[in-house]
Design a protein around this ligand. Structure first.
Ligand code: BT5
Length: 266
């Protein structure tokens, strides 16, 4: 705990286990990469890595997460759930619900989830989740859950940092018209993650799937999906299955499950 933000967070934390061990960096490549290494050497569940800036912030499918210093939150939390490996996407859903609730606590109302991993404010991306799973046989050994939240970036900074894609992105500050305390946000997020994880462990996956669906902006909407292998499919987004896959009802009446892809409401 070396920064004022971390000292403040330490005083604010209301969790039992999540964030009780935090490794903080003024700068690192990727908090997910750091936490994966810690996980491999036996770090316990709830171990957290936070950085003020990332030089190689990761998105999904080899994409980049733009991570300027002094304004946002880049955080990774270690999970060691007792789950079959194929159910690990459920943790992405859980994190999206936790992020949505934390954003709502700042006073922002029009927050929704875009399958599988975006949290949007008025249809623009304010946060992203990157779930990286290490299997042991067909079970989960550990999951590194990385979350990036645009907190205090201004429109000018978003434009400068994101260029072409700036029009699809936003920050909490842009919506609230003022700064958000990053330490408080991080503390609230860790508490939300811990609470939803307890719910998941106690009540099972249907509880998280229900909560996720209630916050999902694409529910029953007509969507276009670009899959990882370059295919484009259109249909109605009817739900998610027990492994977190998107269920798409095509025009011929058949339903397909999408494992990874980018979804646009049309
Ligand atoms: C994500 O990927 O949204 C997952 C982002 C996870 C970032 C966290 S930060 C802490 C932890 N450590 C890491 O290294 N990563 C995690 P994806 O759905 O693939 O979205 C990536 C795309 O979002 C990019 O290709 C850009 O178009 C856009 N993008 C990049 N940076 C952004 C930002 N700061 N705000 C909004 N959009 C962004």
């Amino acid at each position: 705990m070396t920064s004022p933000m971390m000292r403040k967070l330490n005083g604010l934390l209301k969790t039992e286990t999540f964030g009780k061990v935090i490794h903080y960096f003024d700068e690192t490549g990727s908090t997910n990469t750091v936490l994966s290494r810690l996980a491999q050497s036996g770090a316990s569940e709830g171990t957290t890595v936070i950085a003020d800036t990332q030089t190689s912030g990761k998105g999904r499918l080899g994409r980049k997460w733009v991570s300027p210093p002094g304004v946002n939150l880049y955080i990774s939390v270690l999970f060691r759930p007792s789950l079959p490996a194929w159910e690990s996407p459920l943790l992405t859903l859980l994190a999206s619900v936790a992020v949505t609730e934390t954003i709502r606590k700042t006073g922002i109302r029009n927050t929704s989830i875009k399958w599988p991993n975006d949290v949007q404010i008025e249809g623009k991306k304010a946060a992203g989740v990157l779930t990286e799973m290490e299997p042991r046989g067909d079970r989960v050994d550990y999951i590194v859950l990385g979350i990036g939240v645009n907190i205090n970036m201004t429109r000018e900074q978003i434009k400068r940092q994101l260029g072409e894609t700036a029009k699809f992105a936003t920050s909490l500050k842009e919506n609230l018209g003022g700064d958000v305390d990053r330490a408080k946000f991080a503390g609230d997020l860790l508490l939300e993650l811990e609470t939803w994880y307890e719910t998941f462990n106690r009540r099972g996956k249907s509880s998280i799937m229900k909560e996720w669906t209630e916050r999902w902006g694409g529910y029953n909407k007509r969507v276009r999906v670009s899959t990882e292998d370059g295919k484009v499919i259109e249909g109605t987004a009817t739900g998610i299955d027990g492994e977190g896959h998107l269920l798409l009802k095509k025009d011929d009446g058949s339903t397909v499950g999408i494992i990874t892809g980018d979804v646009t409401v049309i």
